[in-house]
Design a protein around this ligand. Structure first.
Ligand code: ADP
Ligand code: MG
Length: 258
């Protein structure tokens, strides 16, 4: 898998004056995500975080404007051919397929797999701590293990853009930190461009290099994670994380810097 790492290098993702609507709910996104970085996408519930990812993945199509990945306009392309993988909060796996098969789908939707594919699948399972669980069904796994399977599939799919839509929201804090570390580690190895939606500001602080803050269907602010959490974020962001949460975060940041 290591010789594929170069192919997996991140590429920029741009929403160029994209407009979209669900009935009365209007969205206007004009933003670029830098190649090879992890950007945390934060914002209140209903602000359009999932909608933004769905426009990049191709599950939704802009009313106007363009979606560019690696400089290419992919606005009209179906999801399957876009150079992206996506992990959702849940329901990432097929219940009737084993762990190994669920991961194999990242390589071949018909599960026609060559020896080299099986080797890559085994390596991805080892990398995500799932060795020995190949034959299990999703229901025989914990919630954290199921999300590891989804990440293993991302590894064998090996696309330059990774979209994460609150993938660890249903996990407890300790397990969530383990999973964030796993994402950081995979990112360090592969260098893909990661758009990471989370409603936990501390997740952004832990893995994000940049922050994109959404409010009411549009990008309200962008910046580095350090600036955002040092208080340079917009008023709406400070309201969002709350004064108390901000203090706790500042302490957390101070600890990490010592
Ligand atoms: P977030 O992920 O930030 O919580 P979403 O992008 O899911 O927000 O939703 C933004 C808005 O769009 C919400 O008001 C939501 O009700 C509406 N919406 C989302 N998905 C659909 C849909 N499939 N059909 C109609 N409205 C939707
Ligand atoms: Mg959402």
């Amino acid at each position: 898998m290591s010789d594929k790492a170069a192919d997996g290098k991140g590429v920029p993702v741009r929403l160029d004056k994209v407009s979209f609507s669900y009935g009365e709910a209007l969205f206007a996104f004009d933003v670029e995500f830098a190649a090879g970085e992890i950007t945390a996408i934060l914002g209140p519930s209903g602000s359009g975080k999932s909608t933004l990812l769905n426009l990049v993945a191709g599950f939704e199509t802009p009313g106007s404007g363009r979606v560019l990945i690696g400089g290419a306009d992919i606005s009209g392309e179906p999801p399957a051919v876009r150079p992206v993988s996506m992990v959702f909060q849940e329901n990432n796996l097929f219940a009737h397929l084993s762990v190994e098969q669920n991961v194999g789908l990242g390589r071949s939707p018909s599960l026609r797999l060559a020896d080299a594919d099986h080797a890559d699948i085994a390596e991805a399972l080892a990398r995500t701590g799932l060795a020995g669980k190949e034959k299990r069904l999703p229901r025989e796994l914990s919630g954290g293990e199921r999300q590891r399977v989804a990440l293993a599939r991302v590894l064998v799919r090996d696309r330059p853009v990774l979209l994460l839509d609150e993938p660890f929201a249903s996990l407890g804090p300790a397990l969530r930190d383990d999973m964030l570390d796993l994402v950081s580690g995979l990112h360090a190895e592969r260098g893909m461009t990661v758009l990471f939606v989370t409603h936990q500001p501390q997740d952004a602080r832990r893995v994000g290099q940049k922050v994109v803050f959404l409010d009411n269907g549009a990008v309200a602010a962008t910046g580095t994670t350090d600036d955002f959490f040092a208080g340079a974020g917009p008023e709406a962001f400070r309201r969002y994380i709350g004064a108390g949460a901000g203090d706790a975060l500042s302490r957390d940041i101070a600890r990490k810097r010592t």
